[in-house]
Design a protein around this ligand. Sequence first.
Ligand code: 13P
Ligand code: SF4
Length: 301
Amino acid sequence: MDTLALQNEILQLKKERNAIILAHNYQIPEVQDIADITGDSLELSRAAATMGGDVIVFCGVDFMAETAAILSPKKKVLLPAIDACCPMAQMITAKELKLVKDRYPKAAVVCYVNTTAEVKAESDICCTSSNAVKVVNSVKEQQIIFVPDRNLALYVARFSKKEILPWEGFCIVHDQIMPEHVDKAKQIHPEAVLLVHPECRPEVIDRADEVASTSGIIKHVCTSQKNEFIIGTEVGILHRIKRECPTKLCYPLSEMALCRNMKKTDLIKVRDSLKSLEPRITVPEEIADKARRAINRMLDV
Ligand code: 13P
Ligand code: SF4
């Protein structure tokens, strides 16, 4: 079946099911193109919390669908690619976090949204890449246990007087971008502005002109007076940039920055999930209640 026919079938099923489709900025182009909203983690969490409909089809990875299920417990949340996970979110368990909390009883726990619902339930407040600095500076405690991304923790520490205790997790995609990639890209495109995601290593962030979430990077490209950009994040973002500001020239900082989990969703899986209303993501009420507190506290900030 060709792409257009599949997209039409999905639109028809979407109507019948009263569903909304949310897609992360790293999704494959065909999936981004049928989504109601394509965005970063914060925008998609907000959409899950506020948009109508009976069904949310989440084209992203597991923790994103879990967050949507926590925020909209009455809706059916579907993750078309059931094996789409975020390896960083697997780098800390609730049990490990409890041990750290016992060691630092006065500290607040700020957890990156790239975590399991169980870890969120053990945290005081969540953050995303677009609000991490604001969230950390909003809590009253002076000491902060920041999980699981050490690169994001170190980035936040540059803008905070708080004592930040980073967990040693990392994104397997962003962490492999090296300063040598920056040297090479700047040599080839000397006039280009370097925009990077805060999951990158500090040595890469040091060389960047701007550090932002995925949607922050897109906004920067589209509103800047400049014309050429080197993009230091997962390459799927280039499709949305091309769609929203086609005249700008964007080059990936590393062609290798590809998140395989974000590419597991395709149109066939989206269609099938709308047909069968599976695979459905649910979070046990007891965990969801606690995790919701941490997520809502972030949305209030
Ligand atoms: P954003 O919230 O910036 O879109 O990041 C999500 C993510 O998984 C980045 O790797
Ligand atoms: Fe997780 Fe990194 Fe993939 Fe984002 S890009 S979903 S942080 S592995």
